[in-house]
Design a protein around this ligand. Structure first.
Ligand SMILES: *Cc1c(COP(=O)(O)O)cnc(C)c1O
Length: 364
């Protein structure tokens, strides 16, 4: 079976991790500091704060910018559930916009319809590795005095108008989970240019405890720290992320070259001024294709190729999130959840595997 995910790791990561284990310094320490410094530089931001996972990163970022109980945060219904759950963890209510029909990211036109007196922020997700439309979102945020957050869990290294993901909003959040483009097994990162937000994130990550005075608790915090063992893996991964993303883009270019010519299949769209890092390569299998999405998926399984639906349901169908369904209808989200299919794009696919997948889809 050609699997959808297989982390790109080598002896470099293993050696770096084992070095930390044998050093005896396993908790948050100098490796975390080093990863933060390297990560901030890579994104072109002033501050990076390492966190133990991406969900905790979004939760911490929301608290740091002042999201509080009763607030509303507008987000996309086509994302991993952690995006919306983090809003609830902060005591606020996720409110769902619809998505854009070409990028599958939050549609700024529908965002504006949802703004109420309670709205405090827009949480945009860079789905599949493509940045959302931050120019339009910033105009709306400014007009209504809202904060803008970037869920960059899937978009490390992507760019929007020459700026890197992680530098596109007031505060940005990454996941370094094992399947992400840059991974430490479990892990997360927050980036921002705002020193105040960065300081609060550092407090929240460590029980609200002052960084200079032990047992001086400034606010309610959590244990959201990263281990130095995992940070050491991240430092090695960061050295390779450009190569990883380039390989994903090359694989995507080959796919798009072929699949865009097939009637009924829609290949990923990359707006001018953006780069896509293809955390997922997701096609739409439309009604004019000769198979249904599920038939195509079954066909691929028979050929030994794994594929997945990201995501089969809009988040507002979940019982704990249904209050966020505020628009009369969600035509684009409904259509995309019914027709999307993600196929292997990982950088460690070899040429034979890539050609095998291309030939299989061409032969249906
Ligand atoms: C992976 C992911 C998260 C959550 O990250 P974890 O590290 O798994 O907690 C949040 N948002 C999006 C869009 C993700 O893909």
């Amino acid at each position: 079976m050609i699997s959808l995910v297989k982390p790109s790791v080598s002896g470099k990561e293993a050696k770096a991790a084992s070095h930390v284990i044998l050093s005896g310094q396993l908790a948050q320490g100098e490796k975390v500091l080093m990863l933060e410094k390297d990560f901030a530089k890579y994104c072109g931001v002033k501050y990076a704060i390492a966190i133990n996972n991406g969900t905790a990163a979004v939760h911490t970022a929301l608290l740091a910018i002042g999201i509080a109980p009763g607030d509303e945060v507008i987000t996309s219904p086509l994302t991993f559930v952690a995006t919306a759950n983090s809003i609830i963890m902060a005591g606020a209510n996720p409110i769902f916009a619809d998505i854009d029909s070409r990028t599958y990211n939050i549609d700024p036109k529908t965002v504006e319809k949802l703004i109420t007196k309670k709205t405090k922020a827009i949480l945009a997700v860079n789905l599949y590795g493509l940045p959302a439309d931050y120019s339009k979102l910033k105009i709306i945020a400014k007009r209504h005095n809202l904060l803008l957050i970037e869920d960059a869990a899937q978009s490390v290294g992507a760019t929007y108008k020459k700026k890197s993901s992680g530098n596109l909003a007031d505060i940005s959040c990454f996941s370094l989970y094992a399947t992400k483009n840059l991974m430490t097994g479990e892990g997360g990162m927050i980036t921002t240019n705002n020193s105040n937000y960065a300081g609060i994130c550092r407090l929240i990550r460590n029980h609200g405890q002052s960084e200079t005075k032990k047992y001086d608790y400034k606010l309610l915090g959590y244990n959201y720290r990263m281990s130095d063992v995992l940070a050491a893996i991240g430092i090695e991964q960061l050295k390779k992320i450009k190569t990883f993303n380039k390989k994903r883009q090359q694989n995507a270019a080959k796919y798009t070259n072929t699949f865009s010519k097939i009637n009924g299949l829609i290949t990923p769209f990359v707006p001018p001024g953006s780069t896509h890092v293809y955390h997922q390569y997701t096609i739409l299998v439309t009604p004019s294709y000769h198979l249904t999405r599920n038939q195509l998926q079954q066909f691929l399984i028979k050929k030994g190729i794994q594929s997945t639906v990201y995501y089969p349901y809009p988040l507002y169908v979940s019982p704990h999130l249904k209050k966020g369904k505020r628009l009369a209808n969600y035509p684009v989200t409904e259509q995309v959840t019914k027709s999307c299919l993600s196929i292997p794009i990982r950088p460690n696919l070899n040429n034979d595997e890539l050609n095998y997948i291309i030939n299989a889809i061409q032969s249906t």
